[in-house]
Design a protein around this ligand. Structure first.
Ligand SMILES: [Zn+2]
Length: 367
C-alpha cells in the first residue's frame, strides 16, 4: 500500500444538500479559497445551470491551484452529447475538470431513467468522450455503485469500463445512500480492482448514514482506491458525507497512511484546519460541534478523573495513538483547552508536564 492520494472536496455541491444550507456565490468563493489554502486537489464548485447561485459562482470563480470542477449528469437518452442542453450548461462553466454522475445500478436505470441498460451505458460513453474531446479532465461518479454491484456486478463493472475507455481520469464508487459498511466497501473495491479497474483511476464517495463514512473511505483506500471525495466538517445530505476535516489529519498523522501515502495537502494545513472548520460554521450561522475529531473544542481535552490523572503523568495512555502523540497536539493550535476546576488544560507543547500544573484558566478563556 503506497502512492499518491488525491483529495476531492464536494462541500460546495454535496455539502449544499444539507438541510438548511444555502451558500451564496460569495460564500462559495470564500470556502473555495480556504480549500485551496490547504491544498486539496479538486474543488467541486456545484452544478452550473441547475441553480443560479452555482452559475454565478462559476462565472466569477476564484483562481485556484486546485482543479476547479463542475458537476453534472450524463446526457439523456435520445439526443447526442453535443445536443444535450444540461451537459452544455456544465461545459459552459469552462472548468478544467468535469464530474458527471451516472447510473450503474440496473434497478435505477430501468425505474428512475426508464431506459435500457445499453442506452445507459451509451450515455456514459458518449458523455465522457464529449468531455475529453472538449479538453476537459473527466470524472465519472458511479451513483449507487455498491448496491448496483451487489445486484448485478457485471453490469456495474461494465459502466466503469466504458467510462474509463472513453477517457475518464477517475471513476468514483459512490455509496449514495450511505448504507454500506466498511468491510463490504473493502471487499467490493478490491473486487473492482481485481476485475481490471486500476486503483490509480478509482475513487470513493461515501455518506455517513451509518456513522461509517470515514471508515468506509479508509477501507476503500486500504483496498486500493486512490481518490477520496468528502466535505468540510462532514457536511452533506441527510447524515452528511465523509468528513475531510477528519480524513486529512488521519491521512497525515496516523499509520499506516502517514508513511504509505503522499497527498497535495500542505504541511502547514493542519494548524489551519481548526480555523477553517470554525469559519464554515460561522458561514452556516450555527455553533461549532465541540466533539468533532481533531478540530472540535473538546478534541484532546480531558475532564478530571482517571484520564486526567493519567495525562498528568504521561499523555500517551489517553491520547490518540501515534508514533509521536505530540505530533497530533502540535498540529492543532489550541492554546487553551476548556478550563474549569474539573478540566485539565492539555498543552500542545512538549513541556506539558510543568504546564499541566498551572492552575486552570477562567471559564472566560474558553476559545
Ligand atoms: Zn453524495
Amino acid at each position: 500500500m503506497s502512492g499518491r492520494l488525491y483529495l476531492y472536496d464536494t462541500t460546495l455541491r454535496d455539502g449544499q444538500q444539507t438541510q438548511g444550507v444555502q451558500f451564496s456565490a460569495a460564500e462559495k468563493a470564500e470556502i473555495a479559497r480556504m480549500l485551496d489554502e490547504i491544498g486539496v486537489d479538486y474543488i467541486e464548485g456545484g452544478w452550473p445551470g441547475a441553480n443560479p447561485t452555482d452559475s454565478d459562482f462559476f462565472a466569477a470563480a476564484p483562481q485556484t491551484q486546485a482543479r476547479m470542477t463542475a458537476f453534472g449528469m450524463t446526457k439523456r437518452a435520445g439526443r447526442s452529447a453535443e445536443n444535450d442542453d444540461v451537459l452544455a450548461a456544465v461545459l459552459d462553466a469552462r472548468t478544467k475538470a468535469v464530474c458527471l454522475v451516472g447510473k450503474t445500478h440496473p434497478f435505477h436505470v430501468r425505474e428512475a431513467l426508464g431506459i435500457t441498460l445499453e442506452e445507459n451505458r451509451d450515455n456514459i460513453r458518449a458523455s465522457i468522450a464529449h468531455l475529453v474531446a472538449q479538453g476537459r479532465e473527466a470524472l465519472f461518479d458511479a451513483e449507487h455503485f455498491f448496491d448496483g454491484y451487489l445486484d448485478d456486478p457485471d453490469y456495474a463493472l461494465s459502466c466503469l469500463r466504458v467510462a474509463l475507455d472513453a477517457g475518464a481520469r477517475w471513476v468514483v464508487l459512490c455509496d449514495t445512500n450511505g448504507g454500506t459498511l466498511p468491510a463490504r466497501i473493502h471487499e467490493i473495491t478490491a473486487a473492482v480492482i481485481a476485475a481490471g479497474i486500476p486503483g490509480d483511476n478509482l475513487g470513493i464517495h461515501t455518506h455517513d448514514d451509518t456513522g461509517n463514512a470515514v471508515a468506509c473511505t479508509l477501507a476503500a483506500v486500504d483496498a486500493g482506491a486512490r481518490h477520496i471525495q468528502g466535505t468540510l466538517n462532514g457536511l452533506g445530505e441527510r447524515c452528511g458525507n465523509a468528513s475531510l476535516t477528519s480524513l486529512i489529519p488521519t491521512l497525515m498523522l496516523k499509520e499506516p497512511y502517514a508513511s504509505a501515502f503522499t497527498t497535495g495537502i500542505h504541511p502547514e494545513a493542519l494548524p489551519r484546519m481548526v480555523r477553517i472548520s470554525r469559519r464554515l460554521d460561522e458561514i452556516l450561522n450555527r455553533p461549532s460541534q465541540r466533539d468533532l475529531p481533531y478540530v472540535g473544542a473538546s478534541a484532546f481535552a480531558h475532564k478530571a478523573g482517571l484520564h486526567a490523572s493519567a495525562i498528568l503523568k504521561t499523555p500517551r495512555p489517553t491520547s490518540i495513538s501515534t508514533p509521536n502523540p505530540w505530533e497530533i497536539r502540535a498540529s492543532f493550535p489550541c492554546p487553551i483547552r476548556r478550563a474549569s476546576r474539573t478540566c485539565v488544560p492539555v498543552w500542545p507543547r512538549p513541556d506539558w508536564r510543568s504546564r499541566a500544573r498551572i492552575p486552570p484558566f477562567r471559564a472566560s478563556s474558553i476559545w
